[in-house]
Design a protein around this ligand. Structure first.
Ligand code: GDP
Ligand code: MG
Length: 141
């Protein structure tokens, strides 16, 4: 397995529930390192651009409204197979379908307020890390 980086976002619902630490502990326990992090409130333009791939979907406006509704914790996670590992830790998009013990099963309330984002492949991971953390090399640890 290759050393990878992936983008994680702890979404406004999970930040509001005060579980940034509990979620990040799961990343760390699985061997993922936080190599960059920032707690920010996204602008509507940033949220729309980040989720551009979903622009034509019926839930796009709800998704953007939700993502700008409060602060988010954006992190770059690094580790062996980090992209798939993070997706496994997250669980299915719909928390009702997420496996027991996953972040979404334990912390998410609905398909729109589903606690976390994670890059879904090597190309999206590279693009999403660059979107939020240009010039990341300086943060390597
Ligand atoms: P993810 O990669 O598991 O986050 O899922 P997707 O990339 O398919 O969708 C991106 C995000 O859009 C999801 O995490 C949800 O927040 C939201 N989303 C996806 N499908 C739906 C839906 O059917 N209804 C609503 N309201 N939101 C959705
Ligand atoms: Mg996705």
């Amino acid at each position: 397995m290759a050393l990878e980086r992936t983008l994680s976002i702890i979404k406004p619902d999970a930040v509001a529930k005060n579980v940034i630490g509990q979620i990040t502990s799961r990343f760390e326990a699985a061997g993922l390192k936080v190599v960059a992090a920032k707690l920010v409130r996204l602008s509507r333009a940033e949220a729309e651009q980040f989720y551009d791939v979903h622009r034509a979907r019926p839930f796009f406006k709800d998704l953007v409204d939700f993502m700008v509704s409060g602060p988010v914790m954006i992190q770059v996670l690094e580790g062996e197979g980090a992209i798939a590992k993070n997706r496994d830790l997250m669980g299915a998009t719909d928390p009702k379908k997420a496996a027991a013990g996953t972040i979404r099963a334990d912390f998410a309330d609905s398909i729109d307020a589903n606690a976390v984002h994670g890059s879904d492949g090597p190309e999206t991971a590279a693009a999403e890390v660059a979107f939020f953390f240009a010039g990341l090399n300086v943060y390597t640890r």
